[in-house]
Design a binder for this molecule. Structure first.
Ligand code: DGL
Length: 269
């Protein structure tokens, strides 16, 4: 495998760009191909069967682009599809759930952790499973927050409506006295300031993107796949629909301008 080959990163839409941003920061020399399934988003309310089918198609597309490793930058796909796909491919692949759980287990002092995510991620129980494997004394409180994704996609990051929805979803978690809260959906880091204000300074917000990029770096190093060429990194963006909306969202999230986005007929993969 060529170390200069890109890393494939995918998500159900734009949210995975929060993971891309962290990979750019921690691995500035790595080329990347991003695929956002903007035609079929959201994954968070869909079944395992559907999310697995979509994820397989995207992995097939990324394999044709000769990526050297894959990052499933979507909590829902990491929860519902990663285990199956890992068995089916021969390149390294990681998701965001295990790194996020590890970071939370390291951060908690009271062993009381909250998790928020899409309906499918919460229903899968996967964060709780990883957390309890890491520390059997950890107590987990989980809550699905389905309205956060459309609020973020509408750009309502600092808005009274978002604050009201945060209160509606998170007041129970606040009463439980958790000391760490996992932002278990790729969109949620974009409203972390509003969540932090509501939860208060004593609750640490865990963004799995940071730990995922760290784990990716360790995985590439271990497999001799780090790109040491020293050239400026290249980033290619693909979506299944809605180029303009994707580009303007990407420009708000990423540190560099996204000037070209290509539409892919992902159903044909
Ligand atoms: N990317 C998804 C996740 O992290 C959120 C959006 C969706 O529901 O597809 O779970």
């Amino acid at each position: 495998m060529d170390t200069q080959s890109p890393i494939g990163v995918f998500d159900s839409g734009v949210g995975g760009l929060t993971v891309v941003k962290e990979i750019m920061r921690q691995l500035p020399g790595e080329n990347m191909i991003y695929f956002g399934d903007t035609a079929r988003v959201p994954y968070g309310s869909k079944s395992k069967k559907t999310v697995l089918k979509y994820s397989r198609q995207i992995v097939h597309f990324l394999r044709q682009k000769e990526v050297k490793a894959i990052v499933v930058a979507c909590n829902t796909a990491s929860a519902l599809a990663l285990d199956d796909i890992r068995e089916e491919i021969d390149i390294p692949i990681i998701g965001v759930v295990e790194p996020g759980a590890r970071m939370a287990a390291e951060s908690t002092k009271t062993n009381s952790i909250g998790i928020i995510g899409t309906e499918s991620t919460i229903k899968s129980g996967i964060y709780s499973k990883f957390l309890r494997k890491l520390n059997a004394d950890i107590t987990v409180v989980a809550r699905a927050c389905p309205l956060f994704v459309p609020l973020v996609e509408e750009g309502l990051l600092e808005d009274r409506i978002t604050e009201d929805v945060i209160e509606r979803y998170l007041h129970e978690l606040k009463e439980y006295g958790i000391d760490s809260l996992i932002l278990g959906c790729t969109h949620y880091p974009l409203i972390r300031n509003a969540i932090k204000r509501y939860m208060g300074g004593e609750v640490t917000l865990i963004n799995p993107a940071y730990e995922t990029a760290k784990s990716l770096k360790a995985m590439l190093a271990e497999q001799g796949l780090l790109n040491g060429a020293g050239n400026a990194a290249c980033y290619d963006y693909y979506v299944s629909d809605g180029v303009d909306k994707f580009s303007s969202f990407a420009d708000r999230v990423l540190p560099c301008h996204v000037d070209q986005v290509t539409v892919v007929d992902i159903e044909s993969y």
